[in-house]
Design a protein around this ligand. Sequence first.
Ligand SMILES: *Cc1c(COP(=O)(O)O)cnc(C)c1O
Length: 495
Amino acid sequence: MLFCSTRNSGINVPSAHAILNGLADDGGLYIPHSMPCFSLEEVSQMAEYSYHQIAETVLARFLPDYTADELHSFVKNAYGKQFDSEEVAPLVNVKNNMWSLELWHGPTCAFKDFALQMLPQLLPAAAKKCGEEKTVAILVATSGDTGKAALEGFADVEGTKICVFYPHGGTSDIQRMQMVTQAGENVNVFAVKGNFDDTQNGVKAIFTDSEMENELAENGIMLSSANSINWGRLAPQIVYYYWAYSRLVKSGTIKAGDKVDFCVPTGNFGNILAGYMAKKSGLPVNRLVCASNENNVLTDFLETGIYDKNRTFHLTDSPSMDILISSNLERLLYMMSDDKTVKNWMKELKDNGRYNIGTDMLNRLHSEGFVGYFCDDIATAETIKKIYDETGYLCDTHTAVGVNAAQKYAETENSDIPMVVVSTASPFKFAPAMLNALGEKCEGDDFEKLEKLECAVKMKSPSPLSELKNKQPRFEKVIEKNDMRSEVLSWLKGR
Ligand SMILES: *Cc1c(COP(=O)(O)O)cnc(C)c1O
């Protein structure tokens, strides 16, 4: 199985190449020429598998140039003791027909761990397969969550180094502490005087600096990113859709072959696209419900066929979904059309901030199972409170956007198909918004709010969050945005 670019179907590269490069030279995203396929019998067998076995089985098809031995050890390393659940991703019944697929039992308590624990395994191996002997140095600009997940994933992984930049004063106390206390010999973290855009522009400038590239190459180092468009982040996310399905078969809720719905809280469209890839490779999926917060560009798109990012940007209580350009949507568009069409739409997006896929194409998206709903912060908070009062289940703000969408969907469709809501973060990761939703008052800092939430709901927060307060910060440097380049260079060159 080889990969092409969503903007040029004429190229043929193996998965290792796609992972090492991240983005194709033409600006497109890498995608397999043809989908692998699991038979119903294979899907049915998965009911007897562990998460690790399903991961090995599914990844073998989507990463065909990695050996079974490699994948076996990668899966073991990526989903080991750093997860606080032996099941890795527990599937919990919330009420009647609704399940929550909890993807936040990893080291940073959010779903990005599934991709960012695996990518650091795949990347150095990809470099070797491509005959590249340099150390891979990852640079990340983050507004909070991705930076920590990347640090945890790459910490002490041989053949890699990682440097994270975050906007000084632009993250929550907990997010900052998560990053600056990071362990590992190959990690570095800087606060940058400026906002997230300044930080991101600084990193982009470094990536396009050929002088710097040459200087690093002489020192045996190449730069890479851990972007969510990397195939090495998408493939590991396909796994948990198969896993969730296998749990429903195992528990006798469904028979193998019966369909299920998934509802996915969406930002960059990576998570829900992985669900679509699972469907296209043989998993019996009925609907894929795309849940958005007030930044509802995707809800409008799925209703009108017009993608229009010219709109007010809202900062919401589900910050990891505050996105107006959903990069991974490009892969879906390619799967539904062709490279030339995608190229034109992406040019329109760049030039005018909008494109229109037309009615026929929109109808096809619907017949493939996509529908979209959104809700604002008030409805998100109400959903958290109502589900908690009715069932005792506590979901975070991102998951609540999903639960709200799933409920709207259930009201319109009246179906008895099981609905799996993909739960993307621990409620304790967003304690201030959770306290508001539950009607609790607390004046203190993030850590006091975390403790207050624990008392209010009589549950303990995951240890990576509760232990944070007692850790010593390792990285306290605050730098000017113009000094990002020189700081990276002197760190990488070991001065
Ligand atoms: C990143 C993130 C999302 C959005 O996922 P996409 O793959 O970008 O659509 C949702 N919830 C949380 C908690 C996240 O960190």
